[in-house]
Design a protein around this ligand. Structure first.
Ligand code: CO
Length: 187
């Protein structure tokens, strides 16, 4: 089932999401719905707060980047209760976008390498190191669980230039091909 993705300006995108355990109700169905929702877009990751659930759950499929970096075909993951325990390397630039912020992309600097602890959909614990595009996708989705959006990394001048577009997004004045929920849309 495809779920509506909440747009920029929705308060849930600014909340720190809650950890869950294996008894979280209908977790399997939610994960399946989140993949359905992701595949209805051109995105590579989706965090639960973007589908109105303030929990620490992320789904990723980096396959659309397979031509840009080796090894990303079928790079599909469910990440639960993640903790980034190390960020390494000189910050590098990556052009980021977000399904909750349609029509805007910006260059963002982040550390290229992360070490992350998380649980998969079977609640098996992992401790892994990621670099390259996978690291950037995971960091972007992790930020969603902390109430952070990629636009927050932009310098003040860029933010001022984006303001009008962001306000339009909150009202649903944006061209988007997937199902969304806009916080200030007047019907
Ligand atoms: Co996003």
């Amino acid at each position: 089932m495809i779920l509506p993705i909440v747009a920029y300006g929705s308060p849930i995108l600014r909340k720190v999401a809650e950890e869950i355990d294996a008894n979280f109700p209908n977790l399997k169905a939610l994960i399946s719905d989140m993949f359905d929702t992701l595949y209805a877009t051109d995105g590579v990751g989706l965090a639960a707060p973007q589908v109105s659930k303030s929990i620490r759950l992320v789904v990723i499929d980096a396959t659309p980047f397979e031509d840009e970096e080796k090894g990303l075909k079928g790079f599909k993951k469910v990440i639960i209760n993640p903790k980034i325990i190390e960020r390494k390397g000189e910050p590098t630039v990556f052009n980021e976008g977000c399904l909750s912020v349609p029509g805007i992309r910006e260059d963002v600097f982040k550390h290229p390498v992360i070490r992350i602890e998380y649980y998969d959909e079977k609640f098996v614990k992992h401790d892994e190191v990621y670099k390259g595009i996978a690291s950037r996708i995971i960091q972007h989705e992790y930020d969603h669980l902390e109430g952070v959006l990629f636009t927050d990394y932009c310098p003040p001048l860029k933010k001022r230039l984006m303001k009008r577009k962001l306000t339009d997004i909150t009202k649903g004045i944006v061209n988007v091909k997937y199902k969304m929920k806009f916080p200030k849309k007047i019907n």
